[in-house]
Design a protein around this ligand. Structure first.
Ligand code: AMP
Ligand code: ZN
Length: 137
């Protein structure tokens, strides 16, 4: 647990949250500032800042809960679709540094569009990119 972490405080019941599900490893609750109504967050109860530091086993627990909540949000709110996302690092939009996965219900014509690609690859670029990533594996 981290004292100044808002999601650790939710786990410790020091601040309120609208809980959707809880088990020994994970907690799911409504996002306070929903993209669409029913936007939920799933967190590990233990504090890990991001995908890089969360142990695989904990992440497996989290993703199981994500699946459970995704089904319930889709069914319960009659969503047409669900976006499942995770922001890691400020450059990717992370503002709460306790690992979490967003479950965002989507509706046809809800006004959000998909990310647009900036540009295609240039000749030979894909091979270089594959090499950089696979060398880092
Ligand atoms: P991220 O940009 O992925 O770090 O997103 C953090 C999310 O946490 C945002 O969507 C916030 O609306 C949400 N959030 C921040 N504080 C709370 C809180 N006390 N209860 C529920 N959701 C929160
Ligand atoms: Zn935390």
């Amino acid at each position: 647990m981290k004292n100044d972490c808002i999601f650790c405080k939710i786990v410790k019941r020091e601040i309120p949250a609208h809980k959707l599900h809880e088990d020994t490893e994970t907690l799911a609750f409504l996002d306070i500032n929903p993209v669409n109504i029913g936007h939920a967050l799933v967190i590990p109860k233990k504090h890990f800042p991001n995908i890089y530091e969360i142990p695989e086993e904990t992440l497996l627990h989290v993703i199981k809960t994500v699946k459970k909540i995704s089904h319930a949000v889709k069914k319960g709110l009659k969503a047409d679709g669900i976006n499942v996302t995770m922001n890691n690092d400020p450059a990717a939009g992370q503002i709460v540094f306790h690992a979490h996965i967003h479950i965002i219900p989507r509706h046809i014509n809800d006004g959000f569009s998909h990310w647009r690609g900036k540009r295609g690859y240039q000749e030979g670029e894909k091979e270089a990119v594959v090499q950089k990533i696979t060398q880092a594996l």
